[in-house]
Design a protein around this ligand. Structure first.
Ligand code: TRP
Length: 336
């Protein structure tokens, strides 16, 4: 039986953090065993709100690929490619843009949240919202459909984008005839990871993230600053582990002594400093194999480049094929 295709993407704007890892990427490692897996480094999408910082996007592309390889994405099983090397995606974006209203894009909850964050940063002028940024969900629909992705493994924040893609596909097929595949989102067990500060979401811009590439010193500092039960003042005060970020991360990285941590915390038998130090040790242990693999790829940039070149080539063929079908359906295949 032919393997089903899954496609996912990630913006190259910095290193992966634990939120990416537990919220989405660890799922990709499992899925690559069973599915024909495509992972897009979405540089064109990253440029929609980093168009004035091309150096950052360029640098992040290889960094991100190294992160992905270090956590166990296997280039023999998953095709990693760069969005901008597949011009068919940009072409599809143009075709799909006729099938989406501006009002619908403005109502997309993910876009809405991002616009709100931008307004907080740049003021009410709204000048920071470009045509390209508002349209990135259309381009994301092109990413997914160019590869006929059936399943899209993503974090929870991406659900409105997958829904928007389904609508575009539906409209395309109903106007031009059955051509594209309507994708489904595929969430991981924990689709959203809390930040060190207790915020519901871990994010780079929120400043509450542990990056997979953080060094020992940084990890120590970050964990020592994590939010614990504010009612615990003295070392032997009983506390509530369920509102403590240190306990949350003990659980997340599967500390085998988790029950002891919980009991001791509840009974005032464990101070926060000791508990944080224990978490630091487990975290460093958890990150060790990832760090070792990163060193290997950092020392072999030619291997990373080769993986990308092969990935780009393979992805390009598939997108070309889809493009042929799309042009035929849209009756713009003039010389065939
Ligand atoms: N929007 C995604 C993010 O911000 C990245 C992305 C780009 C993506 N293209 C995609 C995700 C296609 C899934 C499918 O992380």
């Amino acid at each position: 039986m032919e393997k089903q295709t899954i496609l996912t993407g990630i913006r190259p704007t910095g290193h992966l953090h634990l939120g990416h890892y537990f919220g989405a990427c660890s799922n990709w490692i499992k899925l690559q065993e069973k599915f024909d897996t495509y992972i897009e480094i979405a540089d064109v999408q990253a440029l929609t709100d980093n168009f004035n910082n091309p150096d950052k996007v360029r640098k992040s592309v290889r960094q991100l690929v190294v992160d992905l390889l270090s956590i166990g994405i296997d280039p023999k099983k998953a095709t990693i490619f760069i969005q901008s090397t597949i011009p068919e995606i940009a072409e599809l974006t143009v075709f799909y843009s006729n099938l989406v209203t501006i009002a619908r894009l403005q109502r997309n909850p993910t876009v809405k949240t991002e616009i709100k964050q931008k307004k907080e940063l740049f003021g009410e002028s709204g000048e920071s919202i470009t045509y390209g940024f508002l349209g990135y969900p259309v381009s994301q629909a092109a990413d997914i459909t160019a590869f006929k992705g059936k399943l899209v493994p993503v974090g929870e924040d991406q659900l409105p984008l997958i829904e928007q893609c389904r609508e575009i596909v539906h409209k395309f097929n109903s106007i031009y005839g059955q051509t594209l595949i309507e994708p489904k989102a595929y969430l991981s067990e924990i689709p959203r990871i809390k930040g060190l500060d207790g915020n519901e979401k871990m994010g780079k811009s929120l400043g509450n993230a542990i990056f997979l590439a953080d060094d020992e010193k940084t990890i120590k500092q970050k964990i020592m600053g994590a939010i614990t039960d504010p009612n615990k003042i003295k070392i032997d005060d009983p506390a509530n582990p369920n509102i403590c970020m240190v306990y949350y991360y003990h659980k997340l990285i599967k500390n085998p002594n988790i029950e002891t941590v919980c009991e001791e915390c509840k009974n005032g038998k464990r101070g926060c400093v000791v508990c944080k130090k224990e978490l630091i040790n487990h975290m460093l242990e958890f990150l060790k194999p990832i760090t070792d693999k990163r060193k290997y790829y950092e020392n072999h940039p030619e291997i990373v480049d080769q993986i990308l070149k092969e990935g780009n080539q393979k992805a390009k063929k598939i997108a070309e094929n889809t493009m042929k079908e799309v042009k035929k359906s849209m009756k713009i295949n003039y010389f065939e």
